[in-house]
Design a protein around this ligand. Structure first.
Ligand code: UDP
Length: 323
């Protein structure tokens, strides 16, 4: 059985549906601070915190868990700059408590949600897994620390891991069962779609003086359904006793903020009002993945390769959100 921390959150909830479709048994641990009860479909939910050792002992004692897929974390760059303590406590101390509980309960397989924010400002593009990790915001720092803890826990306690460094997760379940829902919403695509819906007046373009063709930040938007499929492949790899590994997950294509807004106008058929605004601290100008290693070693192949197709699923969700 798989323990999915953060399984009521955006990416975790898509992962649960993907694993259930393969017939896997899972249990979700989520404190619902950012997740939604409505996002839990077809798997038991334990409401609890990864930093609560008693709750962890209870879950590991009650279910026969052989692997942990760890989504539970705070993941907003801007918030991490303003409130670093929350990030170090939840992401670092929380993951440490989880790893210690795994050690004590004999669970030896771990998949970590990591991030391209661990690389900092790119020294070259596209970014491969050998790129130096010099994060420029506390969010990225916390994920580097988690990666380092995993290496130490493998050496000392034999916990095998796969680290998945996500680029920008986007889109929603094409069947409309789950999707992205944050309050307040910090992410570009839902903000732009809310402006298209009319539930938000305008989109602030956070920085128009970056060293890019149109002056706005470039990101690699990867469909959440493709992202979660890689977790299943990672788990298969761990169960086949392959060595621990690190993989980037992205489409290998960059889109600027202005290009995302243009694509949203195409997909929604609506005009979106924009306001040029100052840069958000902690944002590098360009992040684009090389995902060759995941393709070659995991056999991973993203199905959504066009930004418009990714946005179409996000738009469908935004119009019919269930939570
Ligand atoms: N962004 C923006 N306006 C917004 C929200 C985000 O221009 O209202 C920009 C942000 O500066 C970044 C990109 O959009 O360059 C993606 O940001 P998001 O928060 O979606 O993802 P992140 O890259 O922080 O994980």
């Amino acid at each position: 059985m798989i323990l999915v921390t953060g399984g009521a959150g955006y990416i975790g909830s898509h992962y649960v549906l993907h694993e259930r479709a393969r017939g896997a048994e899972l249990v979700i641990l989520d404190n619902l601070s950012r997740g939604h009860e409505g996002a839990v479909i077809d798997a038991p939910l334990v409401v609890g915190d990864i930093g609560d050792r008693t709750a962890l002992d209870d879950v590991f004692g009650r279910y026969s868990i052989d692997a942990v897929v760890h989504f539970a974390a705070f993941a907003y760059v801007g918030e991490s700059v303003e409130q670093p303590g929350r990030y170090y406590r939840n992401n670092v101390a929380g993951t440490l408590t989880l790893l210690e509980a795994m050690r004590d309960h004999g669970v030896r397989r771990f998949v970590l949600s990591s991030t391209c924010a661990t690389y900092g400002s790119p020294q070259y593009l596209p970014i491969d897994e050998r790129h130096p990790q010099v994060p420029i915001n506390p969010y990225g720092e916390t994920k580097v620390m988690c990666e380092r803890m995993l290496a130490a826990f493998e050496r000392a306690h034999g916990i095998k891991h796969v680290v998945l460094r996500y680029f920008n997760a986007a889109g929603a379940d094409p069947e409309g069962r789950v999707g992205e829902s944050h309050d307040p919403e910090p992410h570009l695509i839902p903000i732009v779609l809310q402006a298209a819906m009319g539930t938000r007046e305008a989109v602030g373009i956070l920085g128009t003086d970056y060293d890019t063709a149109d002056g706005t930040c470039i990101r690699d938007y990867i469909h959440v359904v493709d992202l979660v499929a890689a977790h299943s492949l990672a788990l298969d790899r761990l169960r086949a006793d392959a060595p621990s590994a690190v993989f980037n997950l992205g489409t290998e294509t960059g889109s600027s903020v202005r290009e995302v807004i243009g694509a949203c106008e195409r997909v929604t058929g609506r005009t979106i009002r924009t306001v040029e605004s100052p840069r958000r601290p902690g944002d590098p100008a360009r992040l684009v993945a090389s995902a060759a290693r995941a393709r070659n070693e995991l056999g991973w192949q993203p199905k959504f390769t066009r930004l418009d197709d990714i946005l179409a699923t996000a738009w469908q969700w935004e119009q019919k959100k269930r939570y």
